[in-house]
Design a protein around this ligand. Structure first.
Ligand code: GAR
Length: 214
């Protein structure tokens, strides 16, 4: 069984979705850079080991990442899953977990990297928005895509309603992506390309607004 370490910075709803999914993998630990991350309590209540590596104790990013990696590696993870872990990671850290470090981001990457993705999508008036699970590279919110969901932006959407619908989709795709990783159906090759044995292609295009009926 694969060993999984999850990193969070706050609420931890994606972590909860991963725990609820009863993956064919062992969630060895949940680690946060913030001692008051709500998700830590949830993990503890579910018998999962937790740890805090506070970035405030490490003025230099490299030192923080080294300390974080030491704690992560003490759990011997096959995969390190970023679930709302809001830190920019150094190239050394990312290289150390090459092919084993996964992130979820609330946009259809490569669009809307960074923060406030839903507000920016609404401000731009896009008709389709979504979320992405990807392998992490040294570029913030970039990297080979494992799975994406696209949803329609509704005319009366607010940042709140849009983010709620996207979060619902995040909770569906993240467990799926981790399942594929644990079973070996998805992996990263030496050239940084995703090798996938998942060939269930969606039947329909998403057109938003929908076409007029004939
Ligand atoms: C999620 O929407 C996740 O996609 C996002 O933070 C939120 C964490 O929520 N991550 C990023 O923006 C990474 N760049 P959660 O703590 O409830 O899972």
């Amino acid at each position: 069984m694969k060993n999984i370490v999850i990193l969070i910075s706050g609420r931890g709803s994606n972590m909860q979705a991963l725990l609820a999914a009863k993956l064919e993998g062992h969630i060895a630990a949940v680690i946060s850079n913030k001692s008051d991350a709500h998700g830590l309590l949830f993990a503890q209540q579910h018998g999962i080991a937790t740890a805090v590596v506070s970035h405030t104790n490490y003025p230099e990013r490299e030192r923080f990442d080294a300390a974080l990696a030491e704690v992560i590696d003490s759990f011997a993870p096959d995969f390190v899953i970023l679930a709302g872990f809001m830190r920019i990671l150094t190239p050394d850290f990312v290289a150390h977990y090459q092919g084993r470090l996964i992130n979820i981001h609330p946009s259809l990457l490569p669009a809307y990297t960074g923060l406030h993705t839903h507000a920016r999508a609404l401000a731009d008036g896009v008709k389709i928005h979504g979320c992405t699970v990807h392998f992490v590279t040294a570029d913030l919110d970039h990297g080979p895509v494992i799975i994406q969901v696209a949803i329609a932006v509704l005319p009366d959407d607010t940042e709140h309603t849009l983010s709620a619908r996207i979060l619902h989709e995040e909770h569906r795709i993240y467990p799926q992506a981790v399942r594929w990783l644990c079973s070996g159906q998805v992996k990263l090759d030496a050239n940084g390309k995703v090798i996938s044995q998942c060939h269930n292609l969606p039947a329909q295009a998403l057109i938003s607004p929908a076409l007029d009926l004939p």
